[in-house]
Ligand binder design. Structure first.
Ligand code: TXA
Ligand code: MG
Length: 307
């Protein structure tokens, strides 16, 4: 059910759950103060209790009110990338809902870049918002995707199609440096301009996002992750503009690899399309060099291909 801003504001203020737009993907939102709403998010998504939620804020002051000890460069990173697709994980104040942070001593914080959702947060205070998809499924980049997963009666604030279409990059403070807990729509190289070093991908499970340990982004179709040129591996191909897949019977195009932002923006829509068209198996073209933002694409496709 598509709702307006007033209704969304009312639901969130009453401790209820509603799907809200962000520039990355749609989020399933509840007030950070609403324990029942937060519980409901876990149930609705069938999300494992050990997978914490990102807290979304509308100002740096709200962010600082959640953090126990401020890691170096926290404010510089926020000033450069917020509102935007960067999530920062820092030691949490004790008062931050343990349910939301899945019992962890840290809290993940982001300021989304969407006028409607920022307006709601300004009124209600911080909200939690995991991606608005059933656990394990591709994220939602339009209201239609949210309704596909949660039913036509589920309240969704329509903020249009997400302008980025891929989740935020998550940086975790690891007592002496920032590490990437989840690749996302901001490339590590761009973050380096704010730090004395380029943040590396976290290697230890302890400093990875708990969510990265679960199955993710998967359509119902079985995906074959193809790191070599296509040789008729499957009749259905998920591939790129300008490439040839001679034996393919059906090709789903993600976009032009020379325009990675467009490819990222199409990714979840195309993964979901495989299911609406009843595709059982597809070969995924992963024969590209995973540099810059394409490292996120390679990671999402690889995860989506896991059985
Ligand atoms: O772009 C985004 O980040 C979207 C939009 C809605 O803001 N949100 C999103 O949320 O992708 P979700 O719940 O689908 O993914 C959040 C990830 C999970 O992998 C979770 O484990 C991790 O963030 N996370 C949350 N709190 C954390 C914490 N305290 N420490 C480490 N990882 C954390
Ligand atoms: Mg998610």
């Amino acid at each position: 059910m598509i709702i307006n801003l007033k209704k969304a504001l009312k639901l969130i203020s009453c401790g209820e759950v509603a799907a809200l737009p962000t520039e990355t993907v749609y989020g399933l939102a509840a007030s950070l103060n609403a324990e029942e709403g937060i519980k409901k998010i876990f149930t609705l998504k069938s999300r494992p209790q050990g997978n914490p939620l990102i807290v979304h804020v509308s100002s740096m002051a709200q962010a600082l009110s959640l953090v126990q000890e401020l890691p170096p460069h926290f404010e510089e990173l926020g000033a450069k990338f917020w509102p935007g697709a960067l999530t920062l994980v820092a030691p949490a104040k004790e008062s931050v809902s343990l349910l939301a942070r899945a019992g962890l001593p840290t809290v993940a914080i982001r300021m989304p870049n969407h006028p409607l959702t920022l307006e709601i947060i300004r009124e209600t205070g911080p909200i939690v918002a995991p991606s608005a998809n059933l656990s394990g499924r591709p994220s939602s980049t339009s209201p239609k995707h949210v309704l596909e997963d949660f039913g036509d009666d589920f309240p969704v604030l329509d903020g249009g199609k997400c302008s980025i279409g891929i989740e935020s990059t998550i940086l975790i403070w690891n007592s002496c440096r920032w590490e990437i807990g989840r690749l996302g729509s901001i490339a590590p190289e761009s973050i380096a301009s704010c730090l004395p070093f380029e943040p590396a991908l976290s290697k230890s499970n302890k400093t990875k996002c708990p969510g990265s340990l679960y199955r993710h982004y998967s359509p119902k179709a079985k995906l074959i992750y193809g790191q070599k040129p296509y040789r008729g591996d499957s009749p259905v191909v998920l591939g790129f503009e300008g490439r040839r897949y001679p034996q393919a019977e059906k090709i789903f195009i993600l976009g032009d690899l020379k325009k990675p932002e467009t490819v990222m923006n199409n990714l979840y829509k195309v993964l979901r399309k495989l299911d609406t068209e009843g595709i059982k198996e597809a070969w995924v073209d992963a024969d590209f060099s995973p540099t810059g933002i394409l490292s996120t694409l390679a990671e999402r496709l690889e995860k989506a291909s896991r059985s």
